[in-house]
Design a protein around this ligand. Structure first.
Ligand code: PLP
Length: 431
């Protein structure tokens, strides 16, 4: 075997450049994290060579004696990481991603054209929770199911549970979905359960963003009341890119068979065993006390960044955060999220534009989303991220200046400094 550098210098160079980007810049994308070397080693292992359609002990291919042990280990660790009784909860560890986990869960729980209610995309929900626009059904979750999203209150930014209840009484969903991609607060599971129960509906939590915090008991546990819990494995949980589906076995005798059959063969083919190995490693790490300390620090860091932005007089959705992310409403400044995202990019600060409460469109959003997970994985603590928040303040001040003097010299100089910097951090960061 030759090394990647010898076999394909072009791809090798791209990986080297991306490695430099990830470690020389400041990663604030709330859905990203920096996984461990051990997880990457497992993820890049020889396990990628093996086909293993089916489940441990019941495969469609031979030679799975080691893969069976791996998948069982991963399932055990997944239940342990969330403190779940294997008599009550089961888990499928094969989903390739959060999106496929969600669609497989829908496929198991409800029928085509059944009604679903999830948090709207402009309100912080995820595409796969039933997103569509006035012109088009965008995702499979709105193409194959009838979707009626719920919202956050435009004044407080908090989920409007009263309105959800009223609309659920009218719409009569078969499935209520909670969980979000951009919601800085915890969930009222008892209320959601009551709303779902009144309709005889399933309650599913997609805890993709907060699953690391849930594992560390830094957020309420959705497992108390939900029927199904899905998650990605690569956000606060800090594993490789994939998904998990947890299902409650004590209410419906056939739920395990339905979930498993929905993952394979309904929605997927052979499991990615290298990824399952990476998930198993990440789950072992998540059970370590060091991970609990990490999750606590993630929240403390998000709160510290929020406090600095607050001090500078900016508006934050829900006036702060109790998880890993901050949603910064830029509309009072007359700025768009896209502009701030671009200028941050020039300063090697990576974040993303995001809709804020009351935004009509997710395409031209009025805010940005800031996450603390990756910087915390780089061992940053409050004093470090406070400095990062000061950089963000300066980025916004630059954005405002250029707003007044369109295409001003300031922005041009700033971007030129970055482009000619040969990888050096631009002045804004170096100072
Ligand atoms: N669910 C939520 C809440 C998410 O935020 C995301 C991705 O950001 C997903 C699902 C989809 O995950 P994936 O990109 O792995 O399909």
């Amino acid at each position: 075997y030759t090394s990647l550098a010898e076999a394909d210098p072009e791809v090798n160079k791209i990986i080297e450049d991306e490695t430099w980007r990830q470690f020389s810049g400041l990663e604030l994308i709330a859905s990203e994290n920096l996984t461990s070397l051990a997880v990457m080693e497992a993820n890049g292992s020889i396990l990628t060579n093996k086909y293993s359609e089916g489940l441990p002990g019941a495969r469609y291919y031979g030679g799975n004696e080691h893969i069976d042990i791996l998948e069982n280990l991963c399932r055990d660790r997944a239940l342990k990481a969330f403190n779940l009784d294997p008599k009550i909860w089961g888990v499928n560890v094969q989903p390739y991603a959060g999106s496929t986990a969600n669609f497989a869960a829908f496929t198991a729980l409800i029928q085509p054209q059944d009604r679903i209610m999830g948090l709207g995309l402009p309100d912080g929900g995820h595409l796969t929770h039933g997103y569509y626009t006035a012109k088009k059904k965008i995702t499979a979750s709105s193409i194959y199911f009838q979707s009626f999203p719920y919202q956050v209150d435009t004044k407080t930014g908090l989920i409007d549970y009263d309105r959800l209840e009223t609309n659920a009484n009218l719409f009569k969903p078969r499935l209520v979905i909670c969980g979000a991609s951009a919601y800085p607060r915890d969930w009222d599971y008892a209320r959601l359960r009551a709303i779902a129960d009144a309709q005889g509906a399933y309650l599913m939590m997609d805890m993709a963003h907060i699953s690391g915090l849930v594992a560390a008991a830094e957020q309420n546990s959705p497992f108390e009341v939900c029927d199904v819990v899905t998650t990605t494995t690569h956000k606060t949980l800090r594993g490789p890119r994939a998904g998990l589906i947890f299902f409650r076995k004590d209410k419906e005798a056939d739920i395990e068979a339905r979930i498993n059959a929905s993952v394979f063969p309904a929605c997927q083919g052979g499991p990615h065993n290298n990824t399952i190995a990476g998930i198993a490693v990440a789950l072992k790490q998540a059970a370590d006390p060091a991970f609990k300390a990490y999750a606590k620090q993630v929240r403390a860091n998000a709160a510290a960044m929020a406090a600095v932005l607050f001090k500078h007089g900016y508006r934050l959705q829900t006036d702060g955060t109790e998880n890993h992310l901050v949603l910064w409403d830029l509309r009072p400044l007359g700025l768009t999220g896209s502009k701030v995202e671009k200028i941050c990019d020039a300063a090697h600060i990576t974040l993303n534009k995001n809709a804020v409460a009351g935004d009509k469109s997710a395409q031209v959003p009025g805010g940005v989303r800031i996450g603390a997970s990756a910087l915390t994985s780089r061992s940053m603590v409050e004093k470090d991220v406070e400095q990062v928040a000061e950089f963000l303040h300066r980025v916004v001040q630059i954005s405002l200046t250029t707003q007044k003097e369109a295409g001003s010299k300031l922005l041009k100089d700033f971007v030129t400094a970055y482009e000619s910097g040969n990888g050096e951090a631009p002045k804004l960061i170096a100072e």
